[in-house]
Structures are given as C-alpha cells and as structure tokens.
Design a protein. Structure first.
Length: 301
C-alpha cells in the first residue's frame, strides 16, 4: 500500500502511512511535498485544530504572555499582559496594578496584574481603593480586611488603607494601651479622659485641655475639638483662655457664658479665686464691694 500524499496542514500517519491527520499542536506543514509537520519556533504556538490552522509558517504565532517585535516573540514588558496566542501587542495592566517577574507565564493573564497595597481587584479586573474602615496590606488582594470594631480609616487615598496601622480611633477617643504602654493584643478605642480632646482619627493619646479649662460630657462628641475645652464654674472666656469672674459676679455652671452680677447689696469675698465665684452663695453681705468713699474719708490701701 502506497503512503498517502497529504495536503498542507496534515501529515501521514497510521501503520502504513496511508492516513492523513492534522498536524499536532504547535507544528505546521506548508507543502504537499513535505512528509512531516515542522515545529514552530521557540515561543510560538498554533491555536486551532483544523488543517487550515497548521498549513503555513504564519500559523505559528506568539504564545500567551508574548508579543511580536521585529518578527520575534518576546515576553510582555513590565505591567503588561496578553492572555491569548497571537502576534498582537501586550495589554497594559489596569491602573494601579503591576506584574512581578519576567517570564511569559507571569504575564499571560489579567490575574498576573496585582493591585498595589491599599487596593483590591474587582470582578471586572479594576483596582479600587479599599472601602472605608478596611485595609489591604498585601499586593494582589481581591478583598480588603475590616478594621477592628470601633476603629476607622481617615481618608480615601490608597496610602490610607495599606496597613493595619491605618485603622485609627475616631476623633474624641484614644486607643487602650497595655501596662507597658504599647497597643494591647485586643485594641479598643475609648472616650478621651476628662479635660482632654482628640480632633481627628489617631492612635495617639488625647491632648490635654489648656490650664483652667475642662470638658463636659462623656461621649466622643464632647471631646472631639479644642472648643470642647470650656471654662470652669467661676470663670469666663477671654479670647482663647479663661479668667476668674470679675468682682461681685459669679458663674455656677461650666461653660463659656458670661458671669452673672451678684444681687444688690451682696458681693464676692475674693476676686481672684474661681471657687469664690462659682455659686450664687458666694455673693454675700459684708464681702468685697466697690463703692465711693463718703465725704472727707479715705480708703485704706
């Protein structure tokens, strides 16, 4: 039995060489005079199963992860990928993502484009900043990690979501520390202590109010601004500081309100000590009063 003369894209097979089969993957045959299919050059593959997909040298195209440059297949460049065989250029990774490694196998699918820390890759292949109160401290994440309960993130940029240390205590609170002064193994945020405040999310201790001022209330909202520091009873606001109520006035409640005049016929005893001006009872008869001397009398120094 005579061997078969096979057309382009096929080669003889069978015990007697009298059967024509399509060339194997990554081989071609472009003439009927040839008997066997020839392998594609290194880095090239075929992508079809019909004889028409193997009947020309042009059917040998660059494998996934490679692109054709001046007739040669080379690996995709940094931050590029190509998922399908062909001579087309490689594709750019989505914004804020990158590739690692130089081998074609590290550039042959969208998944080789890793999102930077602080980002996660959506189902559509886009890198997005982690949602509020979450973070991603590993490149290539597809999900973000939630901050511990009570902690928050402070912004919407990538750098504000790329570490567990971006989980901060909200304004008006501070992190609980262990006896050694370092964050405890189970961190928690607590309201700032009395007479302290915290104006923005932070892991730092709350700041002390200026001397002579205190905070009112026990919620974060009562400690989240420098204006949370208010004057004590017996004092009133003068610019950014507090002063003792003037002579013959008093203020019974903390706050920035003005001092109240004593009732007629009464006066305060000591004009320089707040505790002598913090109650209506501080207005007494026989206290310090300012009045004009009678005719032909002097006021002792």
């Amino acid at each position: 039995m005579c061997p078969a003369v096979c057309p382009s894209g096929e080669q003889a097979s069978g015990a007697f060489g009298n059967v024509c089969d399509v060339c194997p993957a990554d081989t071609y045959k472009n003439a009927t005079s040839a008997t066997q299919c020839r392998p594609c050059a290194a880095g090239r593959v075929t992508h079809g199963t019909s004889s028409a997909d193997h009947d020309s040298l042009a059917d040998c195209v660059c494998s996934p992860g490679r692109e054709q440059v001046n007739g040669t297949c080379r690996a995709c460049g940094t931050h590029m990928y190509k998922p399908a065989a062909g001579n087309e250029p490689c594709l750019a990774c989505p914004a804020n993502s990158f590739t690692t490694g130089l081998q074609p196998s590290q550039h042959d699918e969208l998944g080789d484009c890793s999102c930077q820390r602080g980002l996660f890759m959506t189902a559509e292949g886009a890198c997005q900043v982690c949602p509020i109160d979450t973070y991603s401290d590993t490149a290539g994440s597809t999900t973000c990690t939630s901050c511990p309960s009570g902690f928050v993130t402070a912004g919407s940029s990538r750098s504000q979501h790329d570490s567990a240390l971006d989980c901060l205590c909200p304004a008006g609170t501070q992190v609980v520390n262990d006896p050694a002064g370092s964050p405890s193994s189970s961190p928690a945020c607590v309201v700032c202590p009395d007479s302290t405040f915290q104006t923005s999310p932070s892991l730092q201790p709350c700041r002390r109010c200026p001397d002579g001022t205190i905070t009112l209330g026990s919620t974060p909202a009562d400690h989240n601004s420098s204006t949370s520091c208010t004057c004590m009873a017996g004092q009133y606001k003068v610019g950014a500081s507090c002063s003792t109520c003037p002579a013959n006035t008093y203020k019974a409640e903390p706050g920035d309100a003005r001092c109240v005049p004593c009732p007629p016929g009464t006066a305060t005893f000591n004009k320089s000590i707040p505790s002598h001006h913090d109650n209506a009872a501080d207005c007494r008869t026989g206290g310090w009063q300012q009045r004009a001397c009678t005719r032909r009398t002097l006021s002792p120094m």
